[in-house]
Design a protein around this ligand. Structure first.
Ligand SMILES: [Zn+2]
Length: 59
């Protein structure tokens, strides 16, 4: 299992996601980022993906 705390990238957000793998996390986190933080698909840069992956922990 993987776990991702949104607050690791966006300070102040307390949303936490868990899924079987990175793709499962992304499937939950992308709509959350869009609806809660106004991050659209074209703002998901390679740099942001690196931070996202680095913030993900294996549980
Ligand atoms: Zn968030």
């Amino acid at each position: 299992m993987k776990r991702f705390a949104c607050g690791d990238i966006i300070p102040g957000c307390d949303a936490v996601f868990s899924a079987a793998d990175e793709d499962g996390i992304f499937a939950q986190a992308a709509p959350h980022a869009a609806s809660e933080h106004g991050i659209t698909a074209d703002q998901i840069t390679p740099e942001l993906m690196d931070r996202f992956r680095a913030a993900m922990v294996t549980v």
